[in-house]
Design a binder for this molecule. Structure first.
Ligand SMILES: [Zn+2]
Length: 108
């Protein structure tokens, strides 16, 4: 079984468009296709209690990103410099590429 294709990929820059983090931008650190969620660098930080490790013998509380639902983010187009809708089209070489629906810029 293949995971459903998300329009967001690891390494994309996305903007959060709804929820308490709306307006924040960040790089996609990871994509969780089964849950339709993405981890965005510096967005949706939560406090996590850390068990003591050799590096941090006291343990402690660290800030960590929590996943966001993919419907709450939009991919940034570097040409439009704005969050845009993403389409898919044949690349001409048999594959499919993502493109910006606003300016046509290929994102892959
Ligand atoms: Zn664009």
């Amino acid at each position: 079984m293949t995971a459903p294709k998300l329009k967001v990929k690891k390494g994309d820059t996305v903007m959060v468009i709804s929820g308490k983090n709306a307006g924040k931008k960040g790089k996609v650190l990871d994509v969780l296709p089964r849950e339709n969620k993405v981890l965005v660098e510096g967005v949706n930080m939560v406090k996590r209690h850390q068990r003591p490790t050799q590096a941090m013998p006291q343990g402690g509380i660290i800030d960590k990103e929590a996943p966001l639902h993919v419907s709450n983010v939009m991919v940034m187009c570097n040409k439009c410099d704005a969050p845009v809708r993403v389409g898919r089209q044949e690349s001409g070489t048999g594959g499919r590429v993502r493109y910006c629906k606003k300016c046509g810029n290929v994102l892959d």
